[in-house]
Ligand binder design. Structure first.
Ligand code: HEM
Length: 243
């Protein structure tokens, strides 16, 4: 293949592209609702009804986000070559791949990849890890804060006073609860709330880096990254390293 011959390669299968865009929409919506929750005082939202309403909305979108993420995790085992964990996780030659990619980037003729370049692999893995942390801590908070599935029943069962049915326990209402058990639940859920919020901060930062890197790589002649997440195809100007 000559230097100027652009070839088209099938990079992302349909489930991976669907995951990406559903995840994109969910993260924007969850981040927006999360920020409204964080700054509710400043924007004049008060009262338990509004607080619970916001959480229910956030958790409802969170379920779509969680299902989409779990499907992607499974797809990593059975999906197309460039979506698989085996392609994403660094192998035994990774150090060498990374340094030769870095050297090629500074030479003005960067290596090209059908899947992710070595730096991209690390950043995608980190993002998927943080998304999984958000999903897990979010589901635990949904259960322990507003008694929503999948852990809500266990939490309500734990705090219900003797003779009270878990279904009678309401969020932000101590009626029918055992104060000691309630204090235990409060102590248990606190670190998950902290992790949820600090992970959101790191995730927002990483998303900015991801956007910047994708645009830089696309404009730098390593192939059509942005359009490939719509069409599934990458147009590469040179022989890819991962064919
Ligand atoms: C990328 C995904 C997510 C982001 C960026 C995100 C962000 C946030 C933020 C910023 C808050 C505000 C924390 C506060 O007010 O102290 C929050 C709270 C919350 N999130 Fe998420 N979240 C995500 C996913 C989820 C998921 C998947 C669920 C569950 C299905 C969930 C459940 C909750 C709950 C229950 C709260 C309220 C907890 C509390 O008051 O501390 N989140 N989220």
């Amino acid at each position: 293949m000559t230097d100027n011959a652009i070839r088209v390669y099938k990079a992302w299968d349909l489930p991976t592209r669907l995951f990406h865009w559903i995840n994109f929409l969910c993260v924007i919506t969850l981040s927006f609702l999360g920020l409204v929750m964080l700054f509710k005082g400043e924007i004049g939202i008060s009262g338990n009804e509004a607080r619970i309403g916001l959480k229910v909305l956030h958790v409802s979108v969170g379920y779509i986000f969680a299902i989409n993420l779990v499907v992607r995790i499974f797809w990593g085992f059975i999906g197309g070559r460039y979506s698989r964990w085996t392609t994403l996780f660094p192998g035994k030659n990774f150090k060498q791949e990374l340094s030769s990619y870095k050297a090629s980037s500074t030479s003005g003729k960067p290596q090209t990849f059908i899947g992710h370049n070595p730096k991209g692999r690390l950043s995608v893995l980190l993002m998927l890890l943080l998304l999984t942390v958000q999903m897990t801590t979010g589901l635990i908070r949904a259960g322990t804060d507003i008694y929503y599935p999948p852990f809500g029943n266990v939490a309500a069962n734990h705090v219900a006073a003797e003779g009270v049915l878990p279904s009678q326990i309401m969020p932000y209402d101590s009626t029918g609860t055992d104060p000691d058990k309630m204090a235990e639940l409060k102590a248990f859920k606190k670190p998950f709330g902290m992790i949820h919020i600090y992970t959101a901060y790191v995730l927002w930062l990483l998303i900015l880096v991801h956007l910047f890197a994708v645009i830089r790589v696309d404009a730098g002649g390593e192939g059509t990254l942005v359009s490939s997440m719509f069409s599934g195809n990458k147009h590469l100007p040179r022989e890819p390293e991962d064919q």
